[in-house]
Ligand binder design. Structure first.
Ligand code: IMP
Length: 434
């Protein structure tokens, strides 16, 4: 009995994909529970690259089942495109391999139009969204006007819902946002046709997961984005519209908390952020450029350059609390190779006071300056290390400080982009001895 959750502890892009890929080998089911096609991971299939935004990378292993939980907002056009791309590369896609929750909400063209028009209207105050309609779709979910996967399959319900929603959205688009209105018929025709292709994949994902767990299968819950983009606990309003924290699994996949046995938090060895919002340890100098270039820090979804900075353990410690982390995976450690000295942020100094967690007020956060601990860097190439004792002393010290300050043990350390460039200290799927 062993189910594992993987979550990001920073602002997304922590390198979850590689850890998920490693852990997928041990799992039977891989489940996404929140977000949408604002996430993205690059897959190499038979030598060719493809980017998946919705389908977990587990789809590349033919003995794994991939599930898209109710907590997601799904753009059916994107999902079908990913299914097509994978099929063309020789991956078998059928309902035995992939399920879509009937309760997942569907991204409509008006969600994308609203996302884009609102960002334009906000000007310099924009959130920097991915423009995929994520926020507006979640708004409709909470506002109880959303269209779910199940509604796609019921033609009359779909017709009525699109008609009613379009009236309001077109009013808002044209009268408030100065944008173009959308027409009913092309949307209805396109969504009805997509619904027919998706019909066999639409199921009750909660029941599927429950049956799998009862029959002794192992489930991996794959988080998207990161804890500090969480709608409740992140740097609001510069956040996404879902709950990337581990608690999101329960609501977003229909699974009770007692079924989650190990929560692994992914910590990139430094911090990045894409889009707007506060970033206390941001480096606007050549060290930031060095990390950005060595880490190839460009967004997989939008191609935007990511902002880079020192490792902020105030954020990570907050993440330990929000997620109840059992262990940490450290990623992209090799990116720091070659830096003379490294800094770890261990607290914030705010209005003459030392604080150990991020203040909720963004005004107060803007007054905070990071308190750093400086550690010597290392020059040696670390990508060949497969055990801790093969790492330079300085690298081991950096890792030890992360463990000491967060008070969470490390389970995986990634020293390079390749699957084998990894040190596994503890397998998250192995339960602790009784
Ligand atoms: P949205 O999720 O498209 O609404 O964007 C809201 C904020 O979350 C923006 O700052 C995005 O850049 C950020 N964001 C959304 N998805 C990701 C992700 O997968 N990685 C990093 N940032 C993300």
């Amino acid at each position: 009995m062993s189910n594992v959750v993987v979550v990001g502890t920073q602002w997304g892009d922590e390198g979850k994909g590689k850890v998920v890929d490693l852990l997928t080998a041990k799992a039977d089911l891989v489940v996404r529970f929140q977000g949408g096609n604002n996430a993205g991971h690059t897959l190499v299939v038979n030598g060719e690259q493809t980017i998946c935004h919705l389908i977990p990378s587990g789809i590349l292993h033919d003995d794994k089942k991939c599930l898209i939980g109710n907590g997601l907002v799904v753009d059916p056009e994107v999902l079908l495109e990913e299914m097509d791309n994978l099929t063309q590369r020789g991956i078998v896609i059928n309902p035995e391999r992939l399920s879509l929750s009937e309760k997942a909400h569907i991204i409509m063209p008006y969600h994308k139009a609203l996302d884009l028009a609102r960002e334009v209207a906000k000007g310099k105050d924009k959130i920097g969204t991915t423009g995929r309609g994520i926020g507006p779709c979640y708004e409709d979910k909470v506002g109880r006007t959303g269209i779910r996967a199940i509604d796609l399959l019921e033609t009359e319900t779909l017709r009525e819902k699109i008609k009613t929603n379009l009236k309001e959205k077109n009013f808002y688009l044209t009268k408030f946002l100065d944008a173009e209105p959308l027409e009913f018929q092309p949307i209805f025709d396109q969504y009805q046709s997509m619904a027919e292709t998706l019909r066999p994949y639409v199921t009750d994902v909660s029941i599927e997961i429950d049956q799998a767990i009862r029959s002794g299968k192992k489930v991996l819950f794959e988080g998207a984005q990161g804890t500090h983009l969480d709608i409740d606990h992140g740097t609001y309003p510069f956040v996404t519209s879902s709950n990337p924290v581990s608690g999101g699994v329960c609501a977003g996949a229909g699974v009770g908390p007692g079924k989650l046995h190990h929560i692994n938090g992914i910590v990139k060895a430094y911090t990045t952020r894409v889009g707007s919002g506060p970033f206390p340890t941001e480096l606007l100098d050549e060290t930031g450029d060095y990390i950005q270039e060595r880490g190839a820090e460009f967004g997989a979804t939008t191609g935007r350059r990511r902002r880079c900075g020192w490792l902020d353990l105030v954020m990570v410690r907050d993440s330990v609390r929000f997620n109840g982390l059992s262990s940490l995976s450290i990623t992209k450690l090799d990116v720091l190779t070659g830096l003379e000295n490294l800094k770890i942020c261990t607290g914030y100094e705010c209005e003459g006071e030392r604080i150990g967690s991020r203040p909720t007020s963004l005004n107060k956060l803007a007054q905070c300056t990071p308190v750093y601990e400086e550690l010597p860097g290392w020059k040696e190439d670390i990508t060949a290390a497969r055990q801790m004792d093969q790492l330079p002393t300085e690298t081991r010290n950096y890792l030890t400080r992360i463990e000491e300050i967060t008070e969470v043990p490390l389970s995986i350390v990634s020293v390079g982009p390749m699957r084998e460039e990894t040190i596994v200290l503890k397998d998250p799927f192995t339960p602790p001895p009784l």
